[in-house]
Design a protein around this ligand. Structure first.
Ligand SMILES: [Zn+2]
Length: 332
């Protein structure tokens, strides 16, 4: 027996969960839920790799790296590994079309699920960020009625509410937490990013590696900087210019930053040595006068309302103003 390699960053809870499983207690289906960008798909692939490694190991997690299962998995040619991403549809459009690529994928998936293993071991399916139409879900339910031996289905989602209850109830749910700043540093460093960028992005990432990468890649840093400046100006009651973030394409990211700062501010107001999400803003947040609990509650409610109306076609500056009013010191 060997200790396999399992080089996944973070996810201590899911890791402990799967380390304690055995072939006898392994389920046919898992739902990996949790915020976006915290490594659910990475973990799912690593679990798949672990399940397809044929060398006996001390725990279920980890792989030897040299067996046929490992070599094929690493080469992306393992015949018993199937991965897809996004929505699975089956014959929904006009009741006619099986021409759509996604629909073909779903039908293929259902067919694949019923086949036997090529390599004589397990078969593993990873449906990343899955979203099922009712028809696709019904097809999958047939799989759950009589799951073939050795098949493991892993569904990942950051919007658990969109997984139909009929599917959800047949999956064992494993929850993934936000990443710590150190874990994000580790993820970004492994991608070979420059040390300065890694530190800056990690402290601004609010626990999501995906957000850290977006921050570096897509100029999201500018949106965040603008939202941070606006937040502190508004909280001090100064003139706050929302033009840098309250625009249609950046509104969601800007509100996310505002919400994170508000939560951190509240956490600081409650005292104790709380871990902050926006750690780079600790000093500035501490310099703000704390508010009455009722004012904090109004602020959170206003942010919630803003998030809701941000999805409608209300103008972004108006959305920002809704939050600004609750953020202003005179707010009653
Ligand atoms: Zn192996």
């Amino acid at each position: 027996m060997i200790d396999g390699t399992f080089d996944v960053v973070g996810a201590a809870g899911p890791r402990a969960f799967f380390e304690h499983l055995t072939a006898a207690t392994l389920s046919h289906g898992y739902l990996f839920s949790g915020p976006a960008g915290v490594g659910k798909k990475t973990f799912a692939r690593a679990l798949a790799h672990s399940l397809l490694c044929v060398t006996p190991r001390r725990t279920m997690l980890g792989w030897c790296g040299v067996c046929t299962g490992c070599t094929r998995f690493a080469a992306g040619t393992h015949p018993d590994f199937y991965a897809s991403e996004g929505q699975l549809k089956i014959g929904e459009r006009d009741g006619s079309g099986f021409h759509d690529g996604d629909e073909a994928t779903a039908r293929d998936l259902v067919r694949q699920l019923s086949l036997h293993s090529y390599a004589g071991g397990k078969r593993v399916f990873v449906l990343g960020d899955a979203d099922f139409t009712r028809e696709a879900a019904n097809a999958l339910l047939k799989f759950f009625e009589e799951p073939p031996a050795g098949v493991v289905l892993i569904v990942t989602t950051s919007a658990g509410g969109r997984i139909l209850p009929t599917i959800r109830s047949r999956l064992v749910e494993v929850t993934f937490p936000l990443l710590s700043e150190d874990e994000i540093v580790e993820v970004l460093t492994r991608r070979g990013l420059a040390r300065d960028d890694v530190q800056r992005a990690a402290s601004a990432a609010n626990g999501s590696a995906a957000r850290a990468l977006a921050f570096l890649d897509e100029g999201e840093g500018a949106t965040r900087d603008a939202a941070v400046a606006w937040f502190f100006a508004a909280a001090r009651g100064d003139e706050a210019d929302a033009a840098g973030w309250a625009t249609r394409p950046t509104l969601e990211a800007g509100l996310e930053t505002v919400k994170t700062l508000a939560r951190d501010w509240i956490a600081l107001g409650l005292g104790g040595s709380v871990p902050l999400l926006a750690r780079d803003q600790r000093a500035a947040l501490e310099a703000l006068p704390a508010r009455e609990p009722a004012a904090f509650a109004r602020l959170l409610a206003a942010i919630g309302d803003a998030e809701r109306i941000a999805r409608t076609n209300v103008s972004p500056p108006l959305v920002a103003d809704l939050v600004r009013i609750a953020l202003a010191p005179s707010s009653r």
